[in-house]
Ligand binder design. Structure first.
Ligand SMILES: [Zn+2]
Length: 119
């Protein structure tokens, strides 16, 4: 079996990762700000919600579609991990969907889980 190893990314790839992350977080910050009932007029909130909520739903639907169970109850979206010398997919629901479900049920809990994401 080939061991799973990771190598540090180079500075150019690290920069690309940072920019991708900032782009996504910037988008979320914008949607959050433009739908803030304290700072924004209702008409703007409605306009932003009509365009951005479907996009956000599509992202979550794609995540749910990717992280579905195969016929053995293993997640097709998560990479296999070594278990007792074999590469095995995680059981479903996997950590990705488990966390997403938890955050759907309790959105504020995301800031307890990842406090560095708080605005
Ligand atoms: Zn998964």
């Amino acid at each position: 079996m080939t061991p799973i190893t990771s190598a540090p990314v180079g500075p150019a790839l690290a920069r690309a990762h940072h920019l991708l992350r900032q782009d996504m977080l910037g988008y979320l910050d914008s949607v959050e700000h433009l739908t803030s009932e304290h700072d924004v007029e209702d008409d703007t909130i409605l306009t932003v919600a009509r365009t951005e909520v479907p996009r956000l739903i599509a992202v979550l639907r794609a995540t749910v579609a990717d992280h579905r169970a195969d016929r053995d109850g293993r997640c097709l979206g998560c990479p296999p991990t070594p278990v007792d010398g074999r590469m095995v997919r995680r059981g479903w629901p996997c950590p990705v969907l488990d966390r997403a479900q938890g955050f759907l049920n309790d959105p504020d809990s995301v800031y307890d889980a990842v406090p560095y994401e708080r605005r």
